[in-house]
Design a protein around this ligand. Structure first.
Ligand SMILES: Nc1ncnc2c1ncn2[C@@H]1O[C@H](COP(=O)(O)OP(=O)(O)OP(=O)(O)O)[C@@H](O)[C@H]1O
Length: 411
């Protein structure tokens, strides 16, 4: 469609620009395939006609709310439209029934309050400004009217806003499918509170996103005949395991580690914790704090969310014992042992962390040392125990930490 457009002197066009992606300008001469464009920056460039895109001179300055209304649906046209809308604080735009969200990187609470939700309730798709609530409402109504399950796919690169958009969708579905809150733990509140729990254990600061989900998830919300939420299931996929033992500056390990180090004093004592700077699994990076985040408050909020979701206090204690044990595991260093190519914990400090890990895992100290410093090979005829050198023992320590963490997360 785009290739068939011919350009003459005076045509308004878009051309690629190394600094601003696309820049607009006016054709000042045409020489076969070569088109000379005077850009709005004042620069003149000569480009092949196949790299020139028509600009709609009648496009409204504030953009259009549905990009199917654009005269030209090509990359510069789409980006220009999104930018025009973003400049007037409109972060959502439709392309037909697809919603495009541009991350505002600032809280916009007025967009997501209950007044807003009631506005979208039952409104025809496209009648109100583009919004995740409209997408959720359309899905909810289709489900009710046709009695067929609906799916909403949220995709985008890291930091694009998938997690936040998913939360808005869940918030709206909980609003539509909620019942009057007579009991303390309503299903919809449990559905919503699963987010902080998952984020505590599956999110971390990365270069691009302070709260990056390091796993994929499939959220299923079930409704009864009357459209009330009757249950929910969340499946998670492919947690990034390597982060548990390896963090590069200025990223962080999973949030739960830092939260636990900021727990109330009696818990710090129970889990034998110290400053996060003293743990190898955390101090490989110099980033310990997040702007505007109080880890001790986050810890209490996570505990509360775990209560709502229905994780018993014994289970919560076991979870945090495992988290603390992993931190202690990371601080066990190895030196050569007495036998050839063997290893043992390096010094009193390593023994301290080993004992702490064993106590928290509720396992036998000797068995833990053996599992780190030896490898058991089972053949058809016999069982062979092989000593590991310090390097291999360190690798087996990290493998244990990763396996335990990812099993805990799956649980
Ligand atoms: N609608 C929004 N309103 C306010 N802030 C937002 C919105 N969407 C995203 N953000 C901000 O951008 C950050 C990154 O968004 P989010 O975590 O949703 O991205 P993501 O696509 O899920 O990234 P990842 O794939 O790394 O998990 C959020 O922590 C939040 O600060």
């Amino acid at each position: 469609m785009v290739a068939s457009v011919t350009f003459g002197v005076g045509s308004l066009v878009w051309v690629e620009d190394p600094d601003v992606a696309w820049i607009d300008g006016e054709v000042i001469s045409v020489n076969g395939e070569d088109i000379k464009v005077l850009c709005t920056s004042g620069k003149t460039v000569v480009v092949k006609s196949s790299n020139v895109y028509a600009k709609d001179s009648e496009a409204p300055p504030c953009g259009v709310d549905d990009m199917t209304k654009l005269a030209y649906l090509h990359e510069p046209g789409v980006l220009q439209n999104l930018k025009s809308r973003y400049d007037i604080n409109e972060i959502y735009t439709y392309t037909g029934n697809i919603l495009i969200a541009v991350n505002p990187f600032q809280r916009l609470p007025h967009l997501y309050n209950s007044h807003m939700m009631s506005q979208y309730k039952g409104a025809a798709f496209g009648e109100l400004s583009p919004h995740p609530f409209a997408v959720a409402d359309a899905a909810y109504r289709l489900m009710m009217n046709e009695g067929v399950s609906q799916s909403i796919l949220v995709s985008g690169e890291s930091g694009a806003g998938k997690t936040e958009s998913t939360k808005s969708l869940m918030q709206y579905l909980a609003f539509m499918g909620g019942r009057s809150a007579t009991e303390e733990r309503t299903v919809e509140q449990q559905v919503l509170d699963s987010n902080p729990v998952l984020e505590a254990f599956g999110n971390a600061k990365t270069l691009r996103n302070n709260n990056s989900s390091r796993f994929g998830k499939f959220v299923e919300i079930q409704f009864d005949q009357r459209g009330r939420i009757s249950g929910a299931a969340i499946r998670t996929y492919l947690l990034e395991r390597s982060r548990v033992c390896q963090v590069s500056d200025p990223e962080r390990n999973y949030h739960c580690f830092y939260m636990l180090c900021a727990a109330p004093p009696e818990e710090i004592k129970k889990y034998k914790l110290e400053n996060p700077r003293s743990f190898h699994y955390l101090n490989q990076s110099n980033c310990f704090e997040l702007n505007g985040v109080d880890e001790s408050k986050e810890y209490l909020a996570t505990r509360k969310a775990m209560d709502t979701v229905g994780i018993s206090s014994e289970d919560q204690d076991a979870i945090f014992r495992v988290i603390a044990a992993i931190l202690h595991l990371g601080n066990i260093e190895f030196v050569k042992g007495k036998e050839f190519d063997s290893s043992m914990p390096k010094d009193e400090k390593s023994w301290f962390h080993l004992r702490a890990a064993a106590e928290l895992f509720m396992c036998d100290e000797k068995s833990l040392v053996d599992s780190l410093c030896k490898r058991v090979i089972v053949t058809r005829d016999e069982t062979i125990t092989k000593e590991l050198d310090p390097e291999a023992a360190t690798a087996s320590r990290d493998a244990l930490a990763k396996t335990v963490y990812s099993r805990l997360f799956d649980w």
